[in-house]
Write a protein that binds this ligand. Structure first.
Ligand SMILES: Nc1ncnc2c1ncn2[C@@H]1O[C@H](COP(=O)(O)OP(=O)(O)OP(=O)(O)O)[C@@H](O)[C@H]1O
Ligand SMILES: [Mg+2]
Length: 501
């Protein structure tokens, strides 16, 4: 029985037709996947559904009733709750306050904090989410914030819940809790719309699937069991993709980056490793394993208490990112949204900003070079935009990620490139293209370190893998010895504890 029906929804922004005539329907109690390349219109569809954006045309029916809401408040009252790609919590309030926003229990007009905390606490326990109701949201990790949003949707007893890339900042444990919650909501008859770029998740969770391409419906699969992974990719990208990673071998030169006995308060255990010219070294571990901390120490973003970093045998000054950059070491951070995007500036400026030092500081030449650089990346990574002059905030989430990555990949004079989660939030086609760029850079002699929590990706692109677990290096594999189960085993904390008590 159809519960949610989306009919002929269209939505345009200046210069962009984000959605054209999109229709599909979802059964009661079904988890419905929504996939498509970056900029395909997934978030726009979700925003229309949430009342945050008004469609130019079309209609939404819930349980046979046409919805005419025009605001988030109305959609909320109609039982539609959305968890956006960008989280919407109030950071200065506590978990409990965020969960009861606008609906505080009060006594004689005064908010009853005790009662608020107690009721939130018991609800969280019921739902199975482990969060301190008194914690300020600003003090929580991205993953924990995501869990607050999810708890909120569950507590509101929504009829339709839409989740826009919910697992992109969750640890695998948190993801499991989420999947568990989804199963329970499903049993209650809630319709779940689930946006993700991760095919494994889609197959694991979803009953049915809609694919968008360039704002149009590319395919609708009422039963996900009837489709293959390859078919979905082809329908999404518009062509067969084959192997996503397309790894190719390289001749490696002498040691380029050497890290020895490095430690700091964020990573107390001294560790070291080296990377050769032309080598791509993968750093695998679960979220929280200490990979990003390690990279920040090497780069000088966090304070180093001891140890040494050399590039081509020359020491790199500690605690000084500027010195690292000058020595040819760059770090493309994990949270590119936060650390990278310059709002109110064009795509072109966002790409060029770090290359600027290397391009002539004056005149036309610089402008032309910047434009050419921007165009090359927009084209290669298929950034969906009407022009390179577009303000970066108007791009879809994944396209913003691509632009920021483009900035680091186009940097001149780099000897060692560290990229933290390079393909998070980007679609499969762009993933493949990013890998290709990394191979080219390595072929030019760069030493590359790729940090990732996605094992297929690390195995797909690396020449060698180092596994991290609980702040220490747990093991190392060369490409001919890559074994999924062994790598995973080393990354799991309890198994390690059993091995080295
Ligand atoms: N406020 C806006 N102004 C102009 N264009 C916009 C705006 N919001 C979205 N767009 C454009 O609409 C299109 C669809 O964007 P949307 O965010 O829905 O993509 P998406 O499928 O969610 O992509 P991603 O996987 O990257 O999150 C994109 O081309 C985007 O640039
Ligand atoms: Mg999106």
């Amino acid at each position: 029985m159809t519960f949610l029906s989306v009919q002929n929804i269209s939505k345009s922004y200046p210069g962009v037709k984000a959605l054209s005539d999109v229709s599909f329907s979802v059964e009661k109690g079904a988890v419905h996947g929504l996939m498509g390349e970056n900029g395909a219109g997934k978030s726009t569809l979700i925003r229309v559904l949430s009342g945050d954006q008004n469609a130019d045309g079309g209609a939404i029916y819930i349980d046979g009733v046409k919805q005419d809401y025009t605001s988030v408040r109305d959609a909320f009252d109609a039982g539609v709750i959305v968890i956006h790609q960008e989280l919407q919590l109030v950071p200065e309030l506590t978990v409990a306050e965020n969960l009861w926003l606008g609906r505080y229990p009060s006594r004689a007009g005064v908010v009853d904090t005790k009662q608020l905390v107690a009721s939130v606490s018991s609800r969280l326990e019921e739902i199975g989410i482990d969060l301190d109701p008194n914690a300020k949201v600003s003090s929580l990790s991205l993953g924990a914030r995501q869990m607050v949003e999810i708890a909120k949707a569950v507590m509101m007893e929504a009829r339709v819940i839409a989740l826009d890339e919910p697992t992109s900042s969750l640890s695998s444990r948190e993801s499991e809790i989420l999947f568990d919650l989804i199963a329970r909501l499903k049993a209650k008859g809630t319709v779940i719309l689930y946006v993700s770029h991760r095919l494994e998740e889609i197959f694991h969770l979803c009953d049915s699937l809609t694919l968008l391409r360039d704002g149009r419906l590319a395919a609708h699969h009422p039963k996900i069991a009837d489709v293959s992974r390859e078919q979905i990719i082809a329908e999404m990208v518009g062509r067969e993709l084959g192997n996503i990673w397309r790894w190719r071998g390289r001749t490696l030169g002498p040691t380029r980056l050497e890290v020895s006995g490095i430690y700091g308060s964020t990573l107390p255990q001294p560790s070291g490793f080296s990377v050769r010219q032309g080598e791509i070294l993968g750093f695998f571990g679960l979220i929280g394993a200490g990979r990003s901390e390690m990279m920040r120490l090497i780069y000088g973003a966090d304070k180093r208490h001891g140890g040494k970093v050399t590039i081509d045998g020359v020491d790199v000054l500690p605690d000084n990112p500027r010195a690292s950059i000058n020595a040819g070491l760059v770090l493309c951070p994990e949270d590119r949204k936060h650390d990278g995007i310059i709002q109110g500036r064009s795509i072109e400026e966002n790409i060029a900003i770090s290359s600027r030092r290397h391009i002539s500081p004056f005149g036309l030449l610089q402008l032309r070079k910047e434009a050419a650089l921007a165009d090359r990346f927009i084209d290669r990574l298929k950034v969906r935009t009407p022009s390179r002059r577009q303000d970066i905030v108007n791009l879809s989430g994944g396209n913003q990620q691509k632009v920021i990555l483009g900035r680091w990949l186009s940097e001149q004079g780099v000897k060692v490139l560290i990229v933290d989660e390079p393909t998070r939030g980007v679609d499969v086609g762009a993933k493949s293209e990013i890998c290709d760029i990394l191979y080219e850079l390595a072929e030019g002699g760069m030493a590359i370190v790729v940090v990732s929590s996605e094992l297929p990706e690390v195995m797909g692109i690396s020449d060698r893998i180092i596994v991290m677990c609980e702040g220490r290096l747990a093991g190392e594999f060369t490409r001919d010895a890559f074994q999924e189960s062994e790598i995973l085993t080393l990354a799991l904390p309890d198994k390690n504890a059993a091995k080295n008590p």
